[in-house]
Ligand binder design. Structure first.
Ligand SMILES: Nc1ncnc2c1ncn2[C@@H]1O[C@H](COP(=O)(O)OP(=O)(O)O)[C@@H](O)[C@H]1O
Ligand SMILES: [Mg+2]
Length: 137
């Protein structure tokens, strides 16, 4: 497990490091509303050299950037409908999958199914920086 406390200016360092270790698989992004899940996704997409606009996929099932970067948000739909809409098959496609609001239930399903998985928990700090706690499975 790794922990970093970073402001916005330091985020490119984290996103560059993340993609150099982990460019294929699922990254579960956890943390309260406005903790910085979409922001980290933006930096990761940028570190990958893609120019696509990254937005919160609150009302869409999935967004695709470039050819193999996928962005999801489970908050509105809930895990059951996410699964019944076939999203586990999507997560299994080659590429990098960034999932906002992934929870313990999804984590267990993915670990049990042998997915390459990284979990990033983001917390807002007093000084307005964010604490990133990163685990891989
Ligand atoms: N590391 C950071 N340091 C300071 N502010 C941050 C950081 N990461 C995100 N933010 C700010 O937090 C706010 C909410 O971010 P957002 O990514 O939309 O959150 P979420 O997707 O978790 O709801 C934005 O204004 C963003 O600029
Ligand atoms: Mg978001």
């Amino acid at each position: 497990m790794k922990k970093y406390e970073l402001d916005l200016e330091q985020l490119p360092l984290l996103s560059d490091a993340l993609i150099s270790d982990f460019s294929n698989g699922v990254i579960l992004l956890r943390g309260d509303l406005a903790s910085g899940k979409t922001t980290l996704t933006k930096y990761i997409v940028n570190s990958l050299g893609l120019k696509d606009e990254v937005t919160s996929p609150t009302f869409s099932l999935q967004q695709v950037y470039g050819e193999k970067v996928y962005h999801y948000d489970i908050y509105n739909k809930g895990l059951d409908s996410f699964i019944s809409l076939g999203m586990l098959e999507e997560l299994d496609k080659e590429g990098l999958h960034l999932v906002e609001w992934g929870d313990d239930a999804l984590k267990k399903i993915l670990v049990d199914a042998g997915f390459d998985l990284m979990e990033i928990e983001i917390k807002k700090m007093q000084n307005n920086k964010r604490e990133y706690t990163i685990c891989t499975f």
